[in-house]
Design a protein around this ligand. Structure first.
Ligand code: ADP
Ligand code: MG
Length: 479
């Protein structure tokens, strides 16, 4: 139950549909101090759209139907169903009504006057930009969004979990010039992404103060949060169709100074990354590690990512070609989700390769779930990018000559053998230091059919550098 609360909070802040069902102490012992008695419904209420205990066993189907429907309709979110022990053990006489299968959420379009205003803004924009958020992925709007971008020619960039709705390799993807695109845009179409920390609250200087933001969202209360926007309230697939229809016959100039500037920036950034991919130094750098992994993965790989630098840098290196194949720490930046996400992803996609790329500190939050993966015979590949620390670590020499009280709080033990945890549960473990060893380990792990693999990759610890975070007020862009 207590663990479930963290999941509910995570689902709520990410706008994900989720149902938590938990047992609770018997109704006949309420307020008597029963075994594990706890005010579960009250505890869950603030993290859910709906939280209830059925009034009787006969009421269970009604509550289940309502919870599922509520979690999926409107803005998705979590719901909680409380089942006391005496209901679980109980029996009913006669038939219990089983509710209908829940139809897909009803969809609605935006107000046509709002659409007209948005079209006017887009047709006159010099520097238009589409931001594809994770709402677009959940709305399954890839067909419509690709069609809009193809027919109008606007550049776009995805948010971390919006990656793949339109392929990262699309020529109009300007993710590699993200900061410039955001700062210079004079009109933005926001497709299912909130103006929260991930998008710098929509504020200047990261997004121009005069930029007109057209906000497409299913949730009216989200409109103009943090800054005034032009609303297009409705389902993304339907609203994007309205926009494409309204822009029929219009084409954004592919020779515009904005596109030229972005392309030049992309070129420069790509060249400097190419150099980093070839970095031969040992211990390896993040970029070298990711480049060795990337060239070996199939295109339809499911990627799970968590950590700090590990997640931030991996996001920029691994291209996504299709939506909903990438899970990361999300809006809450929750560490510990990696193993749970990987196990769930592999169960959902039994025929796909699931690869988790996790920092050593992040892995520590849920590493023991390897036992679950081994028990279920899931061929997960967990790659622990190990810098001996949280953000930064120390190498063996620095660590052993520093008194315990003087160790930076970010330091973890050097060279912890995470790979051996895999072996302890009957999986495969690889401890690697060089690009060659890493490449071999990835190739071997990809061959496994029902055995979990952990590849423990030693990288540069990063030393005692000053810490910089993506969410700080004025940092260099991290996402
Ligand atoms: P990101 O992390 O990609 O920036 P957010 O989680 O901030 O994305 O925002 C996702 C948004 O998508 C939420 O505001 C949610 O209301 C919206 N959304 C979810 N499903 C749909 C849908 N079917 N149609 C329109 N908007 C949706
Ligand atoms: Mg680390």
């Amino acid at each position: 139950m207590n663990v479930g609360l963290a999941g509910l909070g995570n689902a709520q802040v990410n706008c994900w549909p989720m149902i938590l069902i938990s047992g609770s102490s018997d109704t006949t012992q309420e307020d008597m101090g029963g075994f594990q008695e706890f005010r579960q419904i009250e505890a869950c209420r603030q993290y859910t759209k709906f939280a209830a205990r059925p009034g009787s066993i006969e009421q269970i189907p009604f509550v289940v139907e309502k919870a599922f429907r509520t979690s999926m309709y409107g803005r998705p979110g979590p719901c909680y169903i409380d089942l006391p022990g005496d209901f679980i053990q109980g029996t009913v006489s006669g038939k219990v009504a089983i509710h209908r299968q829940i139809p897909e959420a009803p969809k609605y379009q935006a107000d046509t006057r709002d659409v007209e205003r948005a079209i006017e803004v887009l047709k006159t924009a010099k520097n238009p930009l589409i931001i594809v958020g994770k709402g677009a992925a959940y709305a399954k709007s890839e067909h419509e969004v690709n069609h809009l971008i193809e027919s109008v020619g606007f550049p776009f960039l995805p948010t971390p979990m919006g990656k793949g709705v339109v392929s990262d390799t699309h020529p109009l993807c300007v993710a590699a010039a993200r900061s410039k695109a955001l700062a210079k845009a004079d009109a933005i179409v926001l497709l299912g992404a909130r103006l929260n920390w991930i998008l710098h609250f929509g504020m200047a200087p990261r997004i121009h103060k005069d930029c007109k933001i057209i906000q497409v969202d299913i949730c009216p209360e989200e409109i103009s949060n943090n800054r005034e926007t032009l609303p297009l309230v409705g389902d993304i697939s339907l609203v994007v169709r309205q926009l494409t229809e309204g822009l029929k016959g219009y084409q954004y100039s592919q020779n515009s100074p904005f596109l030229k500037e972005l392309k030049a920036k992309i070129q420069a950034n790509t060249e400097s990354n190419e150099k980093r991919y070839k970095d031969d130094s040992i211990p390896m750098s993040y970029h070298r590690v990711f480049s060795e992994i990337k060239q070996r993965l199939p295109e339809d790989v499911m990627i799970v990512s968590e950590g700090a630098n590990t997640m931030d840098i991996a996001r920029t290196v691994f291209d996504m070609y299709t939506p909903r194949l990438r899970l990361d720490a999300g809006t809450f930046a929750t560490m510990g989700v990696g193993m749970g996400f990987s196990i769930a992803a592999q169960v959902f996609h039994p025929n796909k390769k699931v690869v988790a790329i996790v920092g050593d500190s992040a892995f520590g939050f849920s590493a023991m779930e390897l036992e679950t993966a081994a028990r279920a015979k899931l061929p997960l590949i967990i790659i622990v990018v190990n810098n001996n620390g949280i953000y930064h670590g120390l190498d063996d020499g620095e660590f052993s000559k520093t008194a315990f009280e003087k160790l930076p709080p970010t330091a973890l033990l050097p060279e912890t053998r995470y790979d051996m945890i895999a072996e302890a549960v009957g999986g495969k473990g690889y401890f690697v230091r060089t690009p060659e060893e890493l490449g071999k380990a990835v190739n071997q792990a990809l061959e496994e059919k029902e055995t979990v693999s952990v590849i423990n990759v030693m990288i540069k610890p990063g030393g005692k550098k000053k810490l910089e975070f993506g969410w700080m007020s004025n940092p260099e862009p991290k996402l």
